[in-house]
Design a protein around this ligand. Structure first.
Ligand code: PAF
Length: 300
């Protein structure tokens, strides 16, 4: 059995940059998987995709304060560097971890932010008005540091992926972006570091998100085209969970994020639902071939 090398850990940008430029000079292809740590199978699927496509995979682990509003969970967000490193050790590839401190990424004099307009104004942007500014800023900083060939993101954060693609296109950032499928628990719940916040009872209720998306997909497969009808059913199903409160359940065009009046293949249903105090998001891209949509943990 081949023994994997332990991930190489960098906490400072200069050491990381030096390492990357040496490897790039040797013609190595670099992949980047930006994360906030508390790694789970969803993150590991991105790491594996990168290890397959690239010679070196840089995994950034940084709980980014600028994407949290003051009333959000920045302080309590799980920080599990030791077990994250262990999980990464089990992946098959050359893995470099970049885990900087907040002071390294945002020294007290820091005063430059990236604002992506348009698509950031709806849905997540409405409920979390400063969120995407924080995401775009840290992601661009990471891109400039790592200068990767490809960056990997999960479809679970569907709007975030669109914001990053828009930033890359608008600012001519020389990177490819690969979006990987949502990884789900066996009962359908999309994997998320925030699932750890759910009590046992809330965890049972949280399954209504994925169930409602499957219900919508089923209605579409049976010929339903009316978005109001589908949206009503989705909401009704979510609200069968005692502690569920819907921030939004929207059926939108995947590029403009404008509401759709008619269902079609490629249209996306986006959910943000609070189960008790935990806010969960999920989505589905409607498709004629239903079986491809839900990729559970055991899928290859
Ligand atoms: O998706 C996340 O975990 C974060 O938003 C990201 C992309 C790592 C930026 O902090």
């Amino acid at each position: 059995m081949s023994q994997q090398n332990a991930p190489i850990l960098f906490t400072g940008p200069d050491d990381l940059r030096q390492y990357i430029s040496r490897e790039k000079r040797m013609g190595k292809r670099i992949g980047l998987v930006p994360t906030m740590g508390a790694l789970h199978e969803g993150h590991l699927s991105l790491v594996r995709a990168s290890c397959e496509a690239c010679d070196i995979t840089v995994v950034s682990i940084f709980v980014n304060p600028t994407q949290f509003a003051p009333n959000e969970d920045f302080a309590k967000y799980p920080r599990t560097l030791a077990s994250d490193l262990e999980l990464l050790h089990s992946c098959n590839g050359t893995i470099v971890v970049f885990a900087p401190s907040v002071e390294t990424m945002y020294p007290s004099c820091f005063n430059t932010f990236v604002e992506v307009g348009g698509i950031t104004e709806r849905l997540e942007g409405e409920y979390r008005p400063t969120h995407f500014r924080g995401v775009a800023t840290i992601v661009l900083k990471l891109f400039l540091l790592v200068q990767q060939d490809v960056a990997f993101f999960g479809q679970k954060d569907f709007q975030q992926c669109a914001v990053i693609k828009k930033m890359v296109s608008d600012l001519n950032v020389p990177t490819q972006i690969t979006v990987c499928p949502i990884i789900r628990e066996p009962d359908g719940l999309a994997m998320s570091s925030r699932n750890k916040y759910l009590s046992q009872e809330e965890r049972k209720q949280a399954v209504v998100l994925s169930e409602s998306l499957l219900l919508a997909q089923k209605m579409f497969s049976h010929g339903e085209k009316d978005t109001d009808t589908v949206c009503r059913k989705v909401r009704e199903h979510i609200l069968t969970a005692r502690d569920a409160k819907i921030d939004y359940a929207a059926i939108v065009d995947p590029e403009t994020f404008e509401d759709c009046t008619e269902l079609a293949s490629g249209v996306v249903i986006l959910l943000a639902v609070r189960i008790g105090a935990t806010r969960l998001i999920d989505n589905i891209i409607l498709n004629y071939s239903h079986s491809l949509i839900f990729c559970h943990k055991k899928c290859p």
